[in-house]
Design a protein around this ligand. Structure first.
Ligand code: G3P
Length: 215
């Protein structure tokens, strides 16, 4: 399973990339707005740090607007992955970009039928949002397992990029289901490496080592 970082914070991306744990990055307009830095400059900076796909989202509503933006964003770096909304216009833009060799990530996917259409449009990634389903009292993980099942039925090449990940169990369950990618908020990625028994075990080993060497 690939780990993407769900952030546009350059310092954090740089830091975590140095641990060899970052396979790609996803951004969205809210994340970019939070960073307070120019969109294209941010994408350029991320692409210079991370070798894997870096999702940059278009804001247009129509096919023409989306393609215009996608062409601009694609010029930034080879690893820019164009993030498109899962709408009829987004699907049309996806087919066009796929046919022109551009990586795509279809976002805001909330149903299996949408995911089937995303696959038919030839997308590189489909992004079902888990946490936002949970927010409205439905189990967002169900959509990941249903998409996985349907994609397996037809040997679909589109990769399942589980998004709106909020906690460890989301990551664990996505791994069990076989999601191809999880896009993780940076704080969660660090938290995932921690376990109280690991911390305690290190302390015990350190103390025992000190005792053994003080004799
Ligand atoms: O990148 C999109 C997605 O991960 C957003 O997550 O927490 O805003 O639902 P969230």
């Amino acid at each position: 399973m690939l780990f993407f970082l769900d952030t546009a914070d350059i310092k954090t991306i740089e830091k975590l990339n140095n641990y060899g744990l970052v396979d790609g990055v996803t951004t969205n307009p809210s994340i970019i707005a939070k960073s307070g830095v120019d969109f294209k400059q941010t994408i350029q900076a991320i692409c210079s740090i991370v070798k894997g796909p870096v999702s940059a989202e278009v804001m247009g509503d129509t096919f023409d607007e989306m393609i215009k933006e996608a062409n601009e964003l694609s010029k930034i770096a080879k690893n820019v992955c164009i993030k498109l909304p899962t709408t009829m216009e987004g699907l049309k833009a996806c087919r066009y970009l796929t046919d022109h060799g551009v990586q795509t990530n279809l976002t805001l996917c909330f149903s299996v039928t949408q995911a089937i259409m995303v696959a038919k449009a030839g997308a590189t990634f489909v992004s079902p949002f888990i946490g936002r389903w949970d927010d409205v009292s439905l189990n967002g993980l169900n959509i990941i397992s249903d998409i996985k099942k349907v994609y397996q039925n037809y040997n679909v090449k589109t990769k399942i990029l589980a998004a709106s990940i909020r906690h460890n169990v989301h990551v664990l369950e996505c791994a069990k289901i076989g999601a191809d990618v999880v896009t993780i908020p940076p704080a969660l990625l660090e938290k995932m490496s921690q376990h109280p028994l690991t911390t305690q075990g290190i302390e015990i080993f350190k103390n025992d080592w000190k005792l053994a060497n003080s004799k």
